[in-house]
Each structure stands twice: as structure tokens, then as C-alpha cells.
Design a protein around this ligand. Structure first.
Ligand code: SF4
Length: 228
């Protein structure tokens, strides 16, 4: 059975659509269940809150990465998050995505959405990749202000439209990831409601202190976690 058919596997113990990292209840000893990999450092936008420093030239050699992923699979890996930088700029993205799909690993791609094209969306869907788009606010000026990239909000909206056009939200979840920042706090609820109204699962990414100092110490919640 493919991942798409087994929809129950996409829900956690509370009934949330399983967003990405949710391995609650899956800590079964020494097995590696979940892995997070930054494929590359490069990005096409310039978020004020970005945790990636410097000129960001690095990227994984795909041969090395496949070897690591193979070892992780042997250790029990079932889920993986692919991020960056902006992972859609990684030129070996679909080699890795197809490798993971063939290995039966549930893959979650975290993207800013601004490079999404119909053929890319179709290939992601074909490989049953769950997508999470970073969207700090449904208010255009707020989101564009945080990305310091005018026009990026509209590209994200277009990405959501393209992804829904190939089936996302119907058979594969489409998430938006909202970080807790001062600049967007007044629009949280508006953004959340918009996401739910559009069949998207909002994920709250809660930053604890200075993420650069804390080495990316983040907490991730679905809204139901917050309400509970
Ligand atoms: S999209 Fe991600 S990697 Fe790119 S600048 Fe924003 S936070 Fe950094």
C-alpha cells in the first residue's frame, strides 16, 4: 500500500493530520524514526529571522546523502524533513525525493514556496511528498516585510494554488508554517482561520529566544496542541 492510500498513517494520536515531526508515541527505544536534513544553504529570499548565516554555499553531495539515508533507513527511519536554505534550489532534490519514496519513507518538504511551478508540484505529488510552506502572515505587507522580499507573498499564494491544483489538500496534506514573531503576532488568528478555511493545516513554529544562539531550538505545534 502506498502512503496516499494509508491515510490513517497521516494522523497522530490526537487526530491531527500528521504534520511533519510528529513522532509522539513513536519513541520505541533505539530506533531512529525521524530525520531532518538541510539539503542546501542557498535561498532566494532574505527573511529577517533566518537561522542560516553567511553566504550559504553548502549543499549535500547526493551520493553521500543517499549513503546516509540508506543507513538511517536501516536504523528505522520512517519520516524525514527536507529543508534548506530553500530546498527547491537543490539541483538533486528529485533524485533524493525519489530515493526516499522508493524506500517507503514519508517525506516532508519545507519550502518558502516562491519557486513552485506546476511540473515541480506534480512531481512532489507523484512522490507523495507532504509540503509545508513558510507563511508568516496572511497579511501581505506583514509577510513581505518579514521576508524582506517584495512579491514573495504573492508567489506563496500562487504556490498554494498550484499545489492544490495537483491534488494537495485532497489526498496529501498541505501545511503552512507560521513562526511566532513580534511582527506577525497581531495576525496569527487571521492567518490561522484563513488556513483552515482553505483546507490547509497551520503549524505554529515557536521560537525560543535567539535561535542562532540556541542552535535552532524550536518547538512546533498544531493549533490543537495550543488549545489543549
Ligand atoms: S526562506 Fe528559510 S532559508 Fe530562506 S531566508 Fe527565509 S528562513 Fe532563511
Amino acid at each position: 500500500m502506498g502512503l496516499i492510500e494509508d491515510k490513517s498513517a497521516r494522523r497522530d494520536q490526537r487526530g491531527n493530520i500528521d504534520p511533519w515531526y510528529n513522532t509522539k508515541g513513536r519513541n520505541d527505544g533505539d530506533n531512529l524514526v525521524y530525520l531532518s536534513v538541510a539539503l542546501n544553504g542557498a535561498c532566494n529570499i532574505d527573511c529577517s529571522f533566518c537561522y542560516v548565516d553567511g553566504s550559504r554555499p553548502g549543499q549535500w553531495n547526493p551520493d553521500d546523502l543517499e549513503r546516509v539515508l540508506g543507513e538511517a533507513r536501516e536504523l528505522g527511519m520512517e519520516k524525514i524533513q527536507l529543508s534548506g536554505g530553500e530546498p527547491t534550489l537543490y539541483k538533486h532534490l528529485f533524485r533524493i525525493v525519489e530515493y526516499l519514496h522508493n524506500a517507503g519513507v514519508e517525506t516532508l518538504l519545507v519550502t518558502n514556496g516562491t519557486t513552485m511551478m506546476p511540473d515541480m508540484a506534480q512531481r512532489l505529488h507523484d512522490n507523495e511528498v507532504i509540503v509545508g510552506i513558510s507563511l508568516e502572515s496572511i497579511v501581505e505587507e506583514v509577510d513581505d516585510g518579514l521576508t524582506r522580499s517584495p512579491g514573495s507573498f504573492q508567489k506563496k499564494m500562487e504556490a498554494i494554488r498550484i499545489l492544490k491544483g495537483v491534488g494537495y489538500t485532497e489526498d496529501i496534506p498541505l501545511n503552512i508554517i507560521v513562526k511566532t514573531l513580534k511582527a506577525n503576532q497581531n495576525t496569527f488568528l487571521q492567518t490561522w482561520q484563513w488556513a483552515l478555511d482553505n483546507g490547509l493545516q497551520p503549524i505554529l513554529e515557536m521560537k525560543l529566544g535567539n535561535c542562532k544562539e540556541l542552535n535552532m531550538l524550536y518547538l512546533f505545534f498544531t493549533m490543537k496542541d495550543v488549545i489543549d
